[in-house]
Design a protein around this ligand. Sequence first.
Ligand SMILES: *Cc1c(COP(=O)(O)O)cnc(C)c1O
Length: 377
Amino acid sequence: MVTPAPAIATRQVPFFNYPALFEQDRTKLTQIFLDVCGRGAYIMQRDLKEFEAALAAFTGARHAIGVADGTNAILLGLRALELPAGSEVIMASHTYVATANAAYFAGLVPVPVDCGPDHMIDPASIREAITPRTRVIMPTQLNGRCADMDAIRAIANEHKLIVAEDAAQALGARFNGTHAGLFGAFGTISFYPAKVLGCFGDGGAVLTNDDKIAAYVRMAADHGRNEDGEFVMWGTNSRLDNLQAAILNHKLASYGDVMKRRRWIAARYDALLKGLPELQLPPAPDSDSRHFDIYQNYEIEADRRDALKNYLKDQGIGSIIQWAGQPLHRIKALGLSRSLPKTDRMFERCLMIPIHVAMSDADVDHVANSIRSFYGH
Ligand SMILES: *Cc1c(COP(=O)(O)O)cnc(C)c1O
């Protein structure tokens, strides 16, 4: 029996496609699983060591420490700074709740500030938020792009503040040649499955050039145990699973191709959507020589955003409003409410359209052409 073709063949472009990503590399991924399990190598085994070394080499970090997830990476990094309780951490309101949660659980106070036209933390807004209790500026390297780290480091130097980055979305992104995560005391990466380097569950890492921070994070993530197995400080369990590390190490080897493909898709979107008066697009690849963007997300601003989202859905295209539309200062339960008009305005217009390596060229064109046709172009 031949299945009849559907009356209307609709191209489906889901926002993300986990099964397709697995299928692309099923044989090798299965082999890694069988190898690791066959060795019974689950916790703190050689695959973790190898991945940490590869990650350090890739980013140029002196230390890369695998931890349980990107949130714990921030939490442990902040605790390593040994700041007075109640110290304030300035961060963009346009970040995942994890940035604020980690600061809170480290005994610190998250202070959300506005974002600029590039959706990154706004240096002017950072300045306005500095108080005598401010200790840390924590930019989120959002959507696979670095914030203006020259401006941020200048403010930090002027006010003697520590810079630490939530680089969960930005592994491989660079600003003036420096990798995301290496601009301050430490930076953190997430390997959540939808991240550009994603594992099969939760995973994260702390990057740092500081030996003391590295030693603290390494021990704190393993119950305060030193290399000799002695318990030498308070700690918790925040280890990166060896199986996840093995998967990540394999994926890191082809990460260059993944970044290249995402940048290609971003350039294609830019070519097809540039000049539409209803849209603001993220900066195109190489449009600013200081930035090397890896496009974790392609976040546009759009007139009639909600109608566009529904229209795309009818065309089989998934899209997402980041953080379910709630920047930090709009999450009532956290009590971080303050006036951030630029972020509020942005959240009336922002939308992320699909960008991932399971998309074909035709999928990319379908998304862009659907957006054009929504606006009658
Ligand atoms: C994904 C993400 C995190 C948290 O990472 P998890 O690994 O899910 O804990 C933190 N901050 C930002 C900006 C993220 O996108």
